[in-house]
Structure formats: structure tokens, C-alpha cells
Design a protein around this ligand. Sequence first.
Ligand code: ZN
Ligand code: FE
Ligand code: FE
Ligand code: ZN
Length: 253
Amino acid sequence: MLDLHVHLLGHNDREANQETIRAFLDQASQRGLKEIGFADHDYYWDQMNFPLIREVAKDYPQLDVRIGLEAEYRPNDEGRIKHLLEQFSFDFVIGSVHEIQGWAFDVPEEEPKHWQKEADELYREYFEVVTRAASSGLFTTIGHFDLIKIFGIRPKTDILMLADEALSAVAEHGLVLEVNTNGRYKPVQEFYPEQRLREEIRRRGIDFTLGSDAHCAEVVGRDIDEAIQLLRQSGVHSIVGFANLDKVNYSLD
Ligand code: ZN
Ligand code: FE
Ligand code: FE
Ligand code: ZN
């Protein structure tokens, strides 16, 4: 179907060349995807090569190859992202929160700090930043909406209350949320966002997209079929991809 969150460059693990791009597109074709979206981390801006992706994509006429970006959202840093977005006509832009007040919280070394904090407070601080990201007007998509659960810490307060404002901002700005299958391979061992959130997202009429968050070619499209099944079971009838920042609808019926 589609996978709109793959990292060609990984964490600067390889360069963007014919061979690496082909490896990603070959895997997407083998998995029967209709649409693949590159969304490298903005940290590696200088290593990106969008013209080459467009060029190589011509050899894959059955595949819609989209170009996006996963931008690191930090409050009061919107200008930096805005400047990047002015330099290329992206198909989609994922806004992700991996930092709370300068604390890069999603790396393994930071797990102890998660357990030291009060869980509700941890979730509140995270969703406050997500709310600002969603309200910034910079993005088409919010990445891994409940990333803060990464180490398996659960809040005492109902997640629907903690995420309420962020969901309202997402809905108000017409943003899309991804089912990001990569969470299964993190300590929490489940997709982002969790099932109750997925149902609330559907209830609010927010559109879904899909992403494996692959950081290497082998992972492209991983568990995407299962994510589609889960969405169907939750009563979702269509999902969206993006072309030129416009939504492209795919029926799940
Ligand atoms: Zn990454
Ligand atoms: Fe991310
Ligand atoms: Fe990512
Ligand atoms: Zn991600």
C-alpha cells in the first residue's frame, strides 16, 4: 500500500546515491507498495539529494515516489524549519517531537530519566510540545504521535485526556497522523499511536497515513499490512498519501 516515512540516509549510515536509492525502491516494489515517501531527518539536510531520487524514480513507473522531510520540532525554532521548507517543493512534511526542552528523550541512554520522572508530567510536557508542533502550520503530518511511551511508561491519567489538546490542534489544522509500525521494535513493543488513540483519531475524523520509519532498505514496508488490518478493524475506511502537499486518498474497502 504505502509507506510514507523512510530514512534513506538512516542516521548518516549511508549516502544518497543510485545504489542506495534503488535498494529502497526495490524493497518497496517487492512489498507491493503503491507509494513510498522519503523523509530523512532534517539534521542531514546537507547530505540529501532530491534530484537524484526523482531521477532514479523514473525507473519505477508503478511506484509513486514522494519526497518529504522529518523535521525536528522545537518551540521557538519554527524559522529554521520554515527556511528549509522554502528550498524544495516537498510532497509532505512530518513534524516530530524527539526533544523536550533540549532533552533528546527517545534514545536508549535516556530511559532511566523516564522512570525517574512523574509519568503524567512526562506525558503532559511531551504533548504540550506536540500541540505546538501541530499548531505551527509547518507540517502535513505529525510523526509517531505518542512517541513518549517508547520505554513502556504509562500515565496514570487517561491518555485521551493527556492527548486531548494535541488531537484538537491536529484536527483543527487538517493534519494527518501516521500509524508508525516502528514502535513494535522499541521497548514498548507496539505501534504508534496505541489503539485507544487510533480509535479517538478516527472518531474525530482525522486522516491516517502509514509509515515503517525504516532506517535501512530491508525495513521498508515492514508491518504495513498489519497496520492496515488494525485500521480496518477500528472502522477506518480510507487513508492518505501526499503529492505536492495535497492529500491522495486510498480506500481500504
Ligand atoms: Zn531516526
Ligand atoms: Fe522520529
Ligand atoms: Fe523517522
Ligand atoms: Zn520517526
